[in-house]
Design a binder for this molecule. Sequence first.
Ligand code: GDP
Ligand code: MG
Length: 173
Amino acid sequence: MTILELTLAIIKPHIVKNPVFLDAVRNVILNSDFKIVKSKRKRISLDEATHFYEEHKHKFFYNRLVTFMTSGPSDLYVLAKENAIRDWRSLMGPTKSFKAQYEAPNTLRGRFGLSDTRNATHGSDSPESARREIQIFFPDFNVDEWYRTAEQKFRSNLIIFSKEEFIHKIVDT
Ligand code: GDP
Ligand code: MG
């Protein structure tokens, strides 16, 4: 097995509001063999959303996107897996929910997307974006240190899962 990759997943506000949908998304994550390295629920601030979606600031959907993303709590996860970025994006499906509903109905966006804005989940699109996005929401999390001290333990499954916190923790040995 090769080295684990990290990605930032966001479970968007309309999913976090609905316990049945949230549970379904969490089960997809666990059943697809992702390890949850960091996990928190928070209402994204306007500053964070503006910074996070900088690349989209001139798009027609930018205002509704930032308004929606700051409208209520999101779940923010740092996920680890061998090809975390690619695998998480493939579970999410196409960006546009209506396209996803027709072309990939079993993906998360196909199942839970309500509109092109409210498309259920976010996933980083490259290792560089993942690093940048993780820093925005987990400023105290040091990616390099995680690779030095924790990656191998996660890879070797020396971890336990806490259902309450929705996180994997390294077991004390
Ligand atoms: P992603 O990487 O698949 O999330 O897609 P993008 O990075 O292109 O877009 C970021 C987010 O903006 C998406 O997840 C959607 O919430 C939203 N978005 C993208 N394209 C559209 C669009 O055409 N219309 C609307 N309303 N929202 C969009
Ligand atoms: Mg994107």
